[in-house]
Design a protein around this ligand. Structure first.
Ligand SMILES: [Fe+2]
Length: 189
């Protein structure tokens, strides 16, 4: 046998001996995304108290604190779903939430004591909410497709809370921007 042909035959033999990886299924994707949002929620639990402390508006601080308590409940719901899957509750670093919270931290630093701080905090918080809404909507749908109605119900509960928070933040945005405009007017006067 020519050298090249021998080499090719050997390559074919070793390739067939290599164990085939099991195909990734929707259930794998579901678990991976669950780990992603578990990491995100835990990151948010660390970030929200800082945002509440920084906020000038009492209403905004109260909204952040309320959502902190809700987030703790959301983490418990995720832990229940990990349990249903017989998997340990473990997060997987999520670069998306790291990026969004980093932006929030930058705003807190760059706009410290500035009238526009609250508007910036609101924008950062809404970016977080929208990310979560997208993740929970996906997970809820996948749980239904995977025949996990109890998990789907828990995910829907969290999705409802995230949407309500987003709504509250949208309403607060008007009053926060009005306050800011007032402060700027006073400064200019
Ligand atoms: Fe959340």
């Amino acid at each position: 046998m020519a050298k090249k042909a021998k080499k090719r035959a050997l390559k074919k033999k070793t390739a067939s001996r290599r164990p085939r990886q099991a195909p990734k299924m929707l259930s794998d994707l579901f678990l991976a995304t669950l780990k992603d949002i578990y990491f995100a929620e835990n990151k948010i639990i660390k970030t929200l108290p800082k945002m509440a402390k920084a906020a000038h508006s009492k209403d905004l601080a109260a909204a952040f604190n309320k959502h902190l308590r809700e987030t703790q409940g959301q983490v418990r719901r995720l832990e229940q779903i990990f349990k249903m899957l017989n998997k340990p509750a473990r997060g997987k670093p999520c670069e998306a939430i790291n990026g969004i919270t980093e932006e929030g931290a930058e705003i807190m630093k760059d706009f410290k004591n500035a009238p526009a701080l609250d508007a910036g905090l609101l924008a950062a918080a809404q970016a977080v909410e929208h990310y979560e809404i997208s993740r929970y909507g996906t997970l809820r749908t996948w749980a239904e497709e995977l025949g996990m109605p109890e998990a789907a119900r828990l995910l829907q509960e969290t999705l409802d809370e995230e949407e309500a928070t987003d709504h509250t933040l949208t309403e607060l945005a008007t009053s926060v921007i009005n306050l800011e405009a007032e402060a700027e007017y006073r400064e200019a006067a």
